[in-house]
Design a protein around this ligand. Structure first.
Ligand SMILES: *[C@@H]1O[C@H](CO)[C@@H](O)[C@H](O)[C@H]1NC(C)=O
Ligand SMILES: *[C@@H]1O[C@H](CO)[C@@H](O)[C@H](O)[C@H]1NC(C)=O
Ligand SMILES: *[C@@H]1O[C@H](CO)[C@@H](O)[C@H](O)[C@H]1NC(C)=O
Ligand SMILES: *[C@@H]1O[C@H](CO)[C@@H](O)[C@H](O)[C@H]1NC(C)=O
Length: 382
């Protein structure tokens, strides 16, 4: 081969490689999300009332159904994929589901709970099995109403979107927390993790049977670093780690994540057409909390919005709480001055700034298994 032919050949190879690389970008026309408050964009609020101001103040400038001062990881994810912020399935007024729906509600668990919202800990009745039933109903009726045309056609996903969509999950944290709220020991909570994950696997299988192919699964965060967990439970008997978190709660969360990863490996074998990405948000959240200063944040274990105490968290006077003084309502669950440098919003949830920081780290796949970026998460392997 002479030089000219060789260089032509090299150019041709480069062109092919480039087109292959770009053609591998997935086109996700919709997102269907399942989860808890980490990704609730208005579900619990539609069922039980809106969290009041100052929620939403940093971005929406009014409460927006989110337990946050602004956007959640799922909002940044939607923005990155070029689809509108997801409406909650339960949100009947003004919603547009043409590019997906959000079934997550604050307080949701994978397993149905025996206690109700207003008892210990406030767990949601919309556990993952209920969220799946809602999805099932949504898919079935979308098909019926799509065929009616008119406004329905612009408000509901096209039939083919259900197989092309990205199915996202961030759930499990409350299954662990529920045990502690019921005064269970660390070992008792650890012991039911396999049952929780068995139910999680079932739901992924059901969605696959309904056409879902691309799955994006967040592992659970360091629940032992959340102000409400540190504050609420007598932890004299617990070890605190160097970051000031309850070590034993985090160890159970890591055990959950280890088992979740094994569940994902098993699901990949059982569901041959599924691309399942496991995303390690635990490590990022822990890094953000344990090295907050390095990442440009302050006071990672104190809530930005709350009312007093070491962690600025008071179970009875939450973020947005008001009292009446001489017939006048006064806000006493107030926000800090600059939420953009705080990690924790209200003692339970992360700030918009923290959510954005985590999203910016996960988007390129460096915390994923397999390690491929978000916009390639429809592929089984690179
Ligand atoms: C709820 O109660 C039933 C019956 O006592 C029990 O079998 C089940 O495990 C409980 N569920 C949870 C999540 O604790
Ligand atoms: C719903 O949203 C889609 C995408 O943003 C838009 O094209 C459509 O017109 C909207 N439907 C209505 C009724 O507003
Ligand atoms: C857990 O223990 C505390 C303190 O002993 C008690 O007040 C609470 O009612 C117990 N919660 C449950 C669910 O048993
Ligand atoms: C992914 O993004 C993060 C944050 O921008 C960056 O630090 C990291 O080096 C990137 N990793 C890869 C593999 O590109």
């Amino acid at each position: 081969m002479n030089m000219k032919a060789l260089s032509l050949w090299v150019m041709l190879c480069l062109a092919i490689t480039k087109s292959l690389a770009t053609s591998r970008h997935c086109n996700f026309p919709a997102i269907f999300n399942f989860g808890d408050s980490n990704s609730d964009t208005g579900g619990l609020s539609a069922a039980f009332g809106q969290p009041g101001p100052p929620h939403g103040e940093s971005y929406f400038h009014h409460p927006a159904g989110r337990y946050c001062d602004g956007r959640l990881i799922v909002d940044f994810l939607a923005k990155k994929l070029g689809v509108p912020y997801l409406n909650a399935y339960l949100d009947a007024v003004g919603s547009n589901f043409s590019h997906g729906a959000n079934f997550a509600t604050a307080g949701s668990t994978i397993r149905p709970q025996n206690t109700t919202l207003h008892q210990f800990g406030g767990f949601s009745p919309f556990s993952l099995d209920v969220q799946f039933n809602q999805f099932n109903d949504f898919q079935r009726r979308s098909k019926i109403f799509q065929s009616k045309g008119g406004v329905y056609e612009t408000l509901l996903p096209k039939a083919e979107y259900f197989s092309q969509a990205l199915y996202t999950f961030d759930i499990g944290q409350n299954d662990l927390a529920a045990g502690y709220f019921h005064n269970m020991s660390i070992d008792q909570v650890r012991a039911y993790v396999p049952d929780v994950l068995a139910q999680f696997k079932n739901i992924i299988k059901y969605i696959y049977d309904h056409g879902g192919r691309s799955f994006w699964v967040h592992n659970t965060g360091p629940v032992g670093c959340l102000p409400y967990m540190i504050e609420l439970f007598p932890h004299k008997a617990h070890r605190m780690d160097k970051a000031g978190c309850v070590a034993s709660y985090n160890e159970v969360a890591q055990f959950f994540n280890h088992e979740l990863k094994a569940a994902v490996v098993e699901l990949r074998k059982k569901l041959p057409l599924a691309a399942i990405t496991y995303v390690d948000v635990y490590s990022l959240k822990y890094s953000l909390i344990s090295q907050a200063k390095k990442h440009g944040f302050e006071e990672p274990l104190r809530a930005c919005c709350g009312h007093g105490g070491k962690y600025n968290y008071n179970m009875h006077i939450g973020c947005g709480a008001k009292i009446k003084v001489h017939g006048k309502e006064i806000l006493i669950g107030k926000a800090c001055k600059d939420p953009s440098v705080w990690v924790n919003w209200d003692g339970v949830h992360y700030t918009q700034a923290a959510n954005k920081w985590v999203f910016d780290q996960i988007v390129n796949g460096s915390f994923s298994d397999p390690p491929i970026p978000l916009n390639m998460a429809c592929h089984k392997q690179l």
